[in-house]
Design a protein around this ligand. Structure first.
Ligand code: AMP
Length: 198
């Protein structure tokens, strides 16, 4: 059966969002995060995230809930108090540790998006990217480059490919846009990697 070129190739029913447990130094980060939350809520796409009620994490979750969307939080027991586990989610899964948390978040999701964040966000993003280059999963991965926050990181990745430490096709696993609507479109139409490492 042929499909129209306007038909997205990926049917994304749940998206895992990695983002800061802080809000950053400008309201622009929160605004961009809420734009993504609006897209998820309006399209009735479930949000899977780290279950916290602080920083951009809490802002995205609250907004999807306001839209009557489904929000699945996954948080390790050790962070329930530190990151103030959100008590109003559709589902909150408390795990024994960080590894279980990330595995559960990945299992529950059809795609991944990283918003601005710190070390935790970077670690989560690079884990799903490295899993993708190995062919452990074929779920699309996006980076919302709000206000140029990730410009230096993207330059670093381009340099890594240019210097022979990363295949260009693996660099291209990371879909990048500066606004949520464009990024969502990229992920809906992303094609799975052809040359996995394994
Ligand atoms: P951050 O970007 O540092 O504000 O953290 C965002 C989220 O990533 C928080 O919920 C952290 O608990 C989580 N996170 C996931 N893996 C790690 C890790 N290895 N180290 C620190 N934070 C992590």
């Amino acid at each position: 059966m042929s499909t129209s070129s306007n038909t997205p190739s990926n049917n994304l029913r749940s998206i895992c969002v990695f983002c800061g447990s802080s809000a950053g130094d400008s309201p622009i980060f929160r605004t961009a995060s809420l734009e993504l939350a609006d897209i998820l809520g309006n399209a009735q796409i479930s949000l899977v995230y780290g279950g916290a009620h602080i920083g951009l994490m809490g802002a995205v979750a609250d907004r999807v809930l306001e839209k009557n969307g489904r929000v699945i939080g996954v948080i390790p027991q050790s962070l329930v108090d530190v990151e103030v586990a959100h008590d109003g989610l559709t589902e909150l899964h408390v795990t024994d540790g960080m590894h279980q948390r990330k595995a559960k978040m990945a299992d529950e999701s059809d795609a991944f998006i990283a918003l601005p964040g710190g070390l935790g966000t970077l670690e989560e993003l690079f884990e799903v990217l490295t899993w993708a280059q190995l062919g452990y999963h074929t779920k699309p991965i996006g980076l919302l480059n709000v206000d140029g926050y990730y410009d230096d990181l993207l330059r670093f990745l381009d340099n890594s490919a240019a210097r022979g430490f990363m295949r260009q096709s693996h660099r291209d696993l990371l879909h990048v846009a500066s606004n949520a609507a464009e990024l969502f479109d990229l992920l809906q139409n992303a094609k799975p990697l052809q040359d996995k490492k394994l």
